[in-house]
Design a protein around this ligand. Structure first.
Ligand code: ADP
Ligand code: MG
Length: 243
């Protein structure tokens, strides 16, 4: 029996054609933040970061880059708007659930390292694993991945700045977070060490299929990301070259 193309079309089960829906790793919707008496830092910020995407954020000092990362990290509270991490609206969660989700899904790297001086390198890197009730062994793998294999028993005081930042990167990535936030991660490093740290950071982000936002003042550093955004008082915009 002849079957018309229209009928064939109709016979194709819809399950073989799922809609292509990818949840962004991060969304900020109409995000607002002010400090003190009317110092508006974020007026109405809309921003989406695709899953697997690595963006650099540049912009003048004081424009609100660290404020944005702190809001995403839950270190500070927004005045309004929404932050969605992996599709979950953070304001819909109670404090414990929000803390747990951030602990599992986020990794942070700060300019000042925040490496704890009284813990060994292995203990520093293992912190996110312990917080997530995961086995601490992976800390040694990550130390090796950042070029500090065999140094797990050393203390931070025995490290150079570049080595310290590599420990901070290992710690941020050890629990395979989906979203990495880095605030001027190479700000305290010489250019050669910065290059080494950025290469490592990108490699680890891509190897884990993670998304990342890196705030930086350095165009060379920003160039290691997939795209560059500039923050101004009215939001995040693509970098305009030669404008
Ligand atoms: N905890 C705070 N209390 C008051 N003002 C703050 C606080 N944190 C940041 N600010 C102000 O908010 C603005 C943005 O700061 P920040 O996000 O650190 O800028 P950036 O990281 O882009 O240099 C600045 O004017 C800063 O002084
Ligand atoms: Mg800052």
């Amino acid at each position: 029996m002849h079957t018309s193309p229209a009928k064939l079309q109709h016979a194709i089960p819809t399950a073989t054609h799922p809609p292509v829906t990818t949840v962004p790793a991060l969304e900020c919707r109409a995000l607002r933040k002010s400090y003190g008496h009317g110092r508006v830092v974020l007026a109405h910020l809309d921003f989406a970061l695709a899953a697997g995407e690595y963006v650099a954020v540049m912009g003048d000092s004081g424009v609100g880059k660290s404020t944005l990362l702190n809001l995403i990290a839950g270190l500070d509270a927004a005045d309004g708007g929404d932050i969605l991490i992996d599709g979950v609206t953070m304001s819909s969660l109670d404090d414990d659930a929000a803390t747990l989700l951030r602990r599992q899904k986020l990794g942070f790297i700060f300019q000042a390292f925040h490496v704890l001086p009284h813990l060994t390198l292995q203990q520093n890197v293992a912190l996110p694993l312990l917080l997530n009730d995961a086995a601490p062994e992976r800390a040694l793998e990550l130390l090796a991945a950042v070029g500090l294999g065999g140094r797990g028993g050393d203390f931070p005081r025995q490290l150079s700045g570049g080595e310290m930042q590599r420990v901070a990167i290992a710690r941020a990535l050890v629990h395979r977070p989906k979203l990495i936030l880095a605030d001027e991660p190479t700000g305290n490093l010489d250019p050669d060490t910065a290059h080494e740290v950025l290469t490592l950071l990108r490699k680890e982000i891509k190897a884990n299929g993670a998304s990342a936002i890196m705030v930086t003042h350095s165009l060379a550093a920003a160039a290691s990301a997939d795209r560059i955004l500039v923050m101004t008082s009215d939001g995040l915009h693509p970098l305009q070259v030669g404008a």
